[in-house]
Design a protein around this ligand. Structure first.
Ligand SMILES: C[S@@+](CC[C@H](N)C(=O)[O-])C[C@H]1O[C@@H](n2cnc3c(N)ncnc32)[C@H](O)[C@@H]1O
Length: 256
């Protein structure tokens, strides 16, 4: 589907089915200098803590950005995605690391028995998921108490700026959007609560000066909420999870 922009000087936008869009994005995803990715990565590491010796699921692993780092840090990783294009990139990078890849559509139940993961990560995926209840129930099912789940997602406030997951196709110069779902913060929070999780960390992160200095593309979003994070405890054990600095007082992107 093509959306013709209302601004006659703006580039045209092609909205593709999510999987097809990511198959196309795979070629350039890792070289994209994406401000959201730059903001997200240190937060995911902070929220996951030490993963050495742990069993970790990377749900919607894409090109393996997180899976490869987690396996290099000593985790045994199971990584899933429905985009063969993204998975091919991830497999190339994984080498001998302890990662098992699965082609899997998250609209289906996860292909794992109950309670086999110490950590479950779902990074920058759930803005593409219509049945949030189903996916959160599945992540709860496969997470072993006292484990926890870490979720990152583009902040829905970005939709107010007309931004959804997107990239510029180098071949055509056109903007391509793998289809997204207009989920709100309340949708994410209610899906997690109904799945039975205890909330250990919720935060909303904005672009700061340090990130804007590092990535010029980020500057126009200075101070705007770009990232939503959740750490969800499988038991009622939130207090025993790794400590995280108060996100409103400490913004980690400056330290990357
Ligand atoms: C923005 S990328 C994030 C990839 C990776 N987690 C990261 O943070 O770099 C979103 C990923 O979610 C995957 N995805 C979206 N909907 C999916 C679904 N229904 N089933 C499986 N994967 C899905 C896409 O194929 C894509 O690889």
């Amino acid at each position: 589907m093509t959306q013709e922009p209302t601004d006659p000087f703006a580039a045209p936008v092609d909205v593709l089915p999510t999987k097809d869009g990511y198959d196309r994005w795979a070629e350039v995803y890792d070289g994209d200098d994406n401000p959201l990715v730059a903001l997200e990565e240190p937060w995911v590491d902070r929220l996951l803590g030490d993963v050495r010796g742990l069993s970790v699921a990377d749900i919607g692993c894409g090109t393996g950005r997180h899976a490869v780092r987690l396996a290099a840090a000593g985790a045994a990783v199971q990584a899933l995605d429905f985009s063969e294009g993204m998975l091919a990139r991830a497999r190339d990078k994984a080498g001998e690391l302890n990662i098992v890849f699965h082609v899997h559509d998250l609209a289906e139940p996860l292909p794992f028995p109950d309670e086999i993961f110490d950590r479950v990560l779902c990074g920058l995926v759930i803005d593409h998921i219509a049945d949030l209840g189903g996916l959160f129930r599945e992540m709860h099912r496969v997470c072993r108490p006292p484990g926890f789940v870490v979720i990152s997602v583009m902040h829905p406030a970005m939709m107010l700026r007309g931004v959804q997951a997107r990239f510029k196709d180098p071949a055509s110069g056109r903007e391509i959007r793998p289809a997204s779902v207009p989920n709100q913060l309340s949708d994410y929070i209610m899906a997690a609560a109904k799945a039975g999780f205890a909330f250990d960390h919720l935060s909303e992160q904005s672009v700061d000066e340090a990130l804007a200095n590092r990535l010029e593309r980020a500057r126009k979003y200075l101070g705007w909420p770009m990232l939503f994070l959740m750490r969800l405890a499988r038991g009622g054990q939130g207090a025993s999870l790794p400590a995280v600095n108060n996100p409103s007082k400490a913004v980690p992107s400056a330290s990357r």
